[in-house]
Ligand binder design. Structure first.
Ligand code: PGA
Length: 265
């Protein structure tokens, strides 16, 4: 399995800058030894989809509603994302959990909605600074995994050809320039793998676990080398094609590594 390098463009840019960014990523995508994904703001999806057609770069949304359609002003349904060419969707990002009060149950419903239409959900989990300071980080992530992932998450993802992924993003590392130590990343990714296998059996081995939070060209190689790290969810650095492609250049083919515990696992 190849690593996945995903760009979360958040609420930045104009349609013209999104097109230019997508063109920059697509221009360097041929050399990448990993899977590439970009997640623009909703209004830019169609324009970016046109740029990415016939390139190896996949397109994703940053959220979707749990209902397939309805009177939900301002929301976007999973089938709408499919309709404009998206194959992935980020769900339960900490900015949505914090700013929009998304609780685990809502994230689980959104994940079900994404899987129903064959979108690959990237479900985000991660502890706050206070939770890590008080030694509750694994407990917190364990609760989020148990609450946010529907029954048969892994099996459904595989059966529908959609796959599925987790992104471990410590809230305190997002946009701050701070990252956990490699040992902390390794310990959390090994814990998440264990939890996935506990919840989903053998299928839990096949789920990619991305690391996110201040990933940059300068730290990507060491972070991506940590056992059970199946790629990166990149915010700030994904807004610059050269930086995003430099992170992609640090990615590698995991082979069957996701099945083998590393030195910390
Ligand atoms: P960052 O954001 O890379 O800017 O820290 C990551 C994310 O929020 O997905």
């Amino acid at each position: 399995m190849r690593q996945l390098i995903a760009g979360n463009w958040k609420m930045y840019g104009s349609c013209a800058s999104a097109v230019a960014l997508a063109q920059g990523v697509a221009a360097g995508a041929g050399d990448a030894a990993c899977d590439l994904l970009v997640c623009p703001p909703f209004p830019h999806l169609s324009a970016v989809a046109t740029v990415l057609r016939d390139t190896p770069v996949a397109l994703g949304g940053q959220d979707c509603h749990q209902a397939p359609q309805g009177a939900h002003t301002g929301d976007i349904a999973a089938p709408m994302l499919r309709d404009v060419g998206a194959t992935h969707v980020i769900l339960g990002h900490s900015e949505r959990r914090q700013n929009h009060g998304e609780i685990d149950e809502v994230v689980r419903e959104k994940t079900e909605a994404a899987l129903r239409v064959g979108l690959t959900p990237i479900v985000c989990v991660g502890e706050t600074d206070a939770q890590r300071q008080s030694g509750q980080e694994t407990e917190q992530v364990g609760w989020q995994l148990a609450g946010s992932l529907p029954q048969g998450f892994a099996a459904q993802g595989v059966a529908r050809g959609a796959g599925c992924a987790i992104a471990y993003e410590p809230c305190w590392a997002i946009g701050t320039g701070r990252t956990p130590t490699l040992e902390e990343v390794a310990a959390m990714h090994a814990f998440i793998r264990e939890e996935l296998v506990r919840q989903f059996g053998a299928a839990g081995h096949g789920i990619r676990i991305l690391y996110g939070g201040s990933v940059k060209p300068g730290n990507a190689r060491e972070l991506l080398a940590v056992p059970h790290v199946g790629g990166a969810l990149v915010g700030g650095a994904s807004l610059n094609p050269a930086d995003f492609l430099a992170i992609a250049a640090a990615a590698r083919d995991l082979g069957d590594e996701v099945r083998t515990p590393g030195p910390w696992g």
